[in-house]
Design a protein around this ligand. Structure first.
Ligand SMILES: Cc1cc2nc3c(=O)[nH]c(=O)nc-3n(C[C@H](O)[C@H](O)[C@H](O)COP(=O)(O)OP(=O)(O)OC[C@H]3O[C@@H](n4cnc5c(N)ncnc54)[C@H](O)[C@@H]3O)c2cc1C
Length: 526
């Protein structure tokens, strides 16, 4: 249906379609930073279907979530108390190198804290020269020691959102959405409409004019944010922006998810997402205070759904879960992202923009980056919007490409030979070109910041070092790397790291006791 040409060029009203984590995070940020509810402020309306619940998975975040929650004015104590949240300090990978068990040495850590001295000296050269028999992450960072011992990343006296060791969260995704909604509506003046959108109304020039709801009439706006999840109602269905598939590089297309109880109520809460490689995918294990969230993500071309269920249940039993954990929920997805994210007066955030797979929890980090860029560059007029559209599409095409590169790094270095899945991951045709080039360079030098030169990269060069050397990648010793003084320069940092690890282990509480303390007393306000 067509409507009249607009008479006004100003952007005054943002309409968000969808009330999952993407919709509420974006709504809260825009409302807070553009003074919704005040004279001259931006009006923000969020429409969500009462009949289509949010996806309800997505329990691991990056440390960036701390900044995002601080930006929207939410208390960290409320997050911990109301969303079953715990502190996540990185990921622990098991069985990715050879398909052996962690006790046989097939494990490595990707902590959130940067290595001490990163960017100042060549830590990789120093590690190889004198400490190559020990895991890279344990030599260059104190955080793996903190995680292995089950300690929290801060003390009871550390203010909200401040850290001793860098951290993000594990939380209950459903409860997180409810907390965001309550905060956005009660404190930030977001208008909430619970209704189904059935039709998109357009201006003559092709812009979206309004969304037609079942019971609340037509909701007109100047900018429309598509947070409708995998349905992708605006950018996908209405504007028919195609998806760029990542299946040739990252094969996983199905997930099974379950929630299981702890064997005992005082069992330790893991400080990292535990990612255990399986024959055609991997299982995640996320520790919340009262339960674990577990799941298997796999390639349906390489594993039947029955085999997948058996693998997940076997993994749950092996890790102390119940013998009969129930029937997992199955979620199918097409790994990929849109060719454009912003089109005319519509921008996609969250699953409507794309989804690759849950490894390294990049999805919510991309939601945060998207919401932040929309807020920072909010166009004042429709005319200006075309410039922001171009900048946004450029930034996020780059970011999604880097996500695919980084995830592929975890697979391509594996020496597992127990299935076609792992062998196919090593075929050159499945390797993104930019990653292939970088891997050739990294044979003679470590990843460093100029390999990832944009402001706010999703994954910093340090993350590449952790995964690369965690997976057993050893550079060829060129003349520069062999030079004794290059390695010696790293020694003071390694000594300081070992000292810091001892101090942290003495000073930081166990994860479960800190969470119990926060439930009882809260954290000091920052
Ligand atoms: C198995 C799995 C594991 C994951 N794990 C992680 C993780 O550990 N970390 C991470 O960062 N991310 C993870 N993700 C991704 C994460 O779940 C999502 O990025 C995040 O939840 C955001 O989802 P969303 O808000 O885009 O969509 P959804 O939660 O699906 O929300 C869609 C919204 O659109 C509304 N809607 C749909 N149709 C209509 C309509 N016609 N009218 C009105 N409203 C409508 C719905 O009511 C709903 O409110 C995972 C994803 C999967 C599949």
């Amino acid at each position: 249906m067509m409507m009249k040409m607009r008479s006004n060029d100003d952007v005054r009203h943002v309409v968000i379609l969808g009330g999952g984590s993407a919709g509420w995070l974006t709504a809260a940020l825009l409302a807070r930073e553009h003074h919704a509810g005040e004279p001259g402020g931006l009006a923000v309306t969020l429409i969500e279907s009462p009949n289509t619940p949010p996806i309800g998975v997505g329990e691991g975040t990056w440390p960036s979530m701390r900044d995002t929650l601080r930006r929207i004015g939410l208390s960290e104590t409320a997050l911990i108390r109301e969303c079953e949240a715990s502190f996540k300090q990185g990921s622990l990978f098991q069985g990715w190198m050879r398909g052996a068990s962690a006790s046989e040495g097939d494990h490595y850590r990707h902590p959130f804290s940067l290595p001490m001295g990163f960017g100042d000296v060549d830590l990789v050269a120093g590690w190889l020269q004198r400490h190559g028999d020990r895991p890279f992450a344990e030599v260059v960072s104190a955080q793996p020691h903190v995680c292995a011992a089950g300690h929290a990343p801060k003390q009871a006296s550390t203010p909200e959102y401040a850290a001793v060791a860098n951290y993000g969260y594990h939380f209950d995704a459903g409860k997180f959405g409810v907390l965001l909604r309550e905060h956005a509506v009660a404190n930030l003046h977001v208008r909430h409409i619970a209704d189904d959108v059935g039709e998109v109304l357009s201006h003559e020039d092709g812009d979206i004019a309004a969304l037609r709801t079942r019971a609340h009439g037509d909701i007109a706006g100047d900018l429309f944010i598509d947070c409708s999840g995998m349905a992708s109602l605006l950018i996908g269905r209405h504007f028919a922006i195609a998806t760029r598939s990542c299946k040739p590089q990252i094969f996983n297309d199905t997930a099974l998810a379950l929630q299981v109880p702890y064997a005992a109520p005082d069992a330790p809460i893991a400080c990292e997402t535990i990612a255990t490689a399986q024959t055609a995918g991997w299982t995640w294990d996320i520790g919340l205070p009262t339960r674990r969230g577990v799941g298997l993500v796999y390639s349906s071309a390489h594993l039947s759904h029955e085999q997948a269920e058996q693998q997940l249940i076997a993994q749950i039993r092996k890790t102390g879960g119940p013998h009969d954990p129930g029937t997992p929920r199955r979620i199918a997805f097409e790994p990929g992202y849109r060719e454009r994210f912003w089109h005319r007066n519509c921008v996609a955030v969250g699953l409507s923009a794309g989804f690759v797979e849950p490894l390294e929890a990049s999805a919510l980090a991309l939601v945060e980056l998207s919401a932040a860029m929309i807020s920072d560059e909010m166009p004042a007029t429709r005319t200006e919007m075309a410039l922001v559209e171009r900048r946004f599409n450029d930034a996020f095409t780059y970011r999604w490409e880097r996500v695919v590169d980084f995830l592929k790094l975890h697979y391509v270095l594996s020496r597992r030979d127990d299935s076609d899945y792992w062998r196919a991951h090593r075929e050159r045709a499945s390797l993104p070109d930019r990653l292939a080039e970088l891997l050739a360079l990294w044979r003679h030098r470590a990843p460093y910041r100029h390999d990832f030169f944009r402001v706010e990269e999703v994954f910093p060069a340090a993350s590449y070092q952790y995964v690369l050397h965690g997976m057993g990648f050893v550079p060829e010793p060129t003349a520069r790397l062999r030079h004794a003084r290059v390695g010696e320069a790293a020694e003071p940092y390694f000594r300081e790291t070992a000292h810091l690890a001892r101090r942290m282990l003495g000073a930081l509480p166990l994860q479960r006791s800190l969470i119990a303390h926060i439930h009882a007393h809260g954290l000091p306000r920052g």
